[in-house]
Design a protein. Structure first.
Length: 252
C-alpha cells in the first residue's frame, strides 16, 4: 500500500463493478479508507474482500433521496470524517428523443444528475468539518459532444459537467474542490450490455475502436489513476476542471 491518500476517507458510488470498482481499489492501494456504495450488496462485498479492513460496504440506491444521508452519516461515524466523494453511479439508455420513454428519461436524470447532486450537497458539511475535500464526478465525453441515439444520456452528462463547474465556483472558498472526468467508451458491464444488444456486436465493437486514435477501448484502470490524483493533495489547485480520458476520441 502506498501513502498518497493516507488518512483520506472516501465514498465511491457504483463501486461494485467497472470504473467504480477499479477506482475504489486504486484509492485503497494509495492509503484511503473507502465506503463502497451501490445497489448490489454481493458485488460490494466482493470488492471489500479485495480491499480489506479499510473498506465499508453500504448498499444504497443513489436515486432515493432518503438513502443518501444514511450513507454519509454511516461513513463519517465509522471512519471519523470524510474527504473524498466519487460520484460514479450511472445508467445508460439507448435511443433518440422519439425512442426514449418517459420512464427511461426519468431514470437517467434521477441517477445521473439528481442522485449526484443530492450526494454532492450531502457531503458538504462533513467536508467543511474536515477543512476541505474533493468531489469527483464521472461525466462522459458525451457531456461535451453529442452522439446518435444518446438523447437522454448525453444531456444528463452535460448537466453533470455544468453542475461540476457551478459547485467548484460556489465552494472553492471552503477548500472543497469539484472536478469531472469524461471517459469515452470504457469496457464495463454497462457498455458490454450495449454492444451485446446490437444486431452485429462484433462489428459495433470494431466501429467503437476505430473512432479512438489510440487504437483500443478504455479499461476501468485507465480512469482510476486520474481519480487518485484528483482525490489527493497533489491536485490542491485544481477545481472546476473537466478531464477527457478518451483515447483521443474528442481529437478526431
Amino acid at each position: 500500500m502506498n501513502s498518497r491518500l493516507k488518512n483520506k476517507i472516501s465514498i465511491v458510488t457504483g463501486a461494485g463493478s467497472g470504473i467504480g470498482r477499479a477506482c475504489a481499489l486504486a484509492l485503497a492501494r494509495e492509503g484511503a479508507k473507502v465506503a463502497l456504495v451501490g445497489r448490489r450488496k454481493t458485488l460490494l462485498e466482493k470488492v471489500a474482500r479485495e480491499i480489506g479492513d479499510s473498506a465499508l460496504v453500504l448498499a444504497a440506491d443513489v436515486s432515493k433521496k432518503d438513502e443518501i444521508p444514511r450513507v454519509v452519516e454511516h461513513t463519517v461515524a465509522h471512519f471519523g470524517g470524510l474527504n473524498v466523494l466519487l460520484n460514479n453511479a450511472g445508467v445508460l439508455h439507448i435511443g433518440t428523443a422519439e425512442q426514449i420513454t418517459e420512464e427511461q428519461w426519468d431514470e437517467t436524470f434521477n441517477v445521473n444528475v439528481r442522485g449526484l447532486w443530492l450526494f454532492s450537497r450531502a457531503v458538504l458539511p462533513a467536508m467543511r468539518n474536515a477543512g476541505g475535500g474533493s468531489i469527483v464526478n464521472m461525466a462522459s465525453v458525451l457531456g461535451i459532444n453529442g452522439a446518435r441515439n444518446r438523447a437522454s444520456y448525453a444531456p444528463s452528462k452535460g448537466a453533470v459537467v455544468l453542475l461540476t463547474k457551478c459547485m467548484a465556483i460556489d465552494h472553492g472558498h471552503e477548500h472543497i474542490r469539484v472536478n469531472a472526468i469524461c471517459p469515452s467508451f470504457v469496457e464495463t458491464d454497462l457498455t458490454a450490455a450495449v454492444i451485446s444488444k446490437a444486431p452485429d456486436p462484433k462489428s459495433v465493437r470494431s466501429e467503437r475502436i476505430a473512432v479512438h486514435p489510440i487504437g483500443r477501448l478504455g479499461q476501468p484502470e485507465d480512469i482510476a489513476g486520474l481519480v487518485v490524483y484528483l482525490a489527493s493533495d497533489e491536485s490542491s489547485w485544481v477545481t472546476g476542471s473537466v478531464f477527457p480520458v478518451d483515447g483521443g476520441y474528442l481529437a478526431v
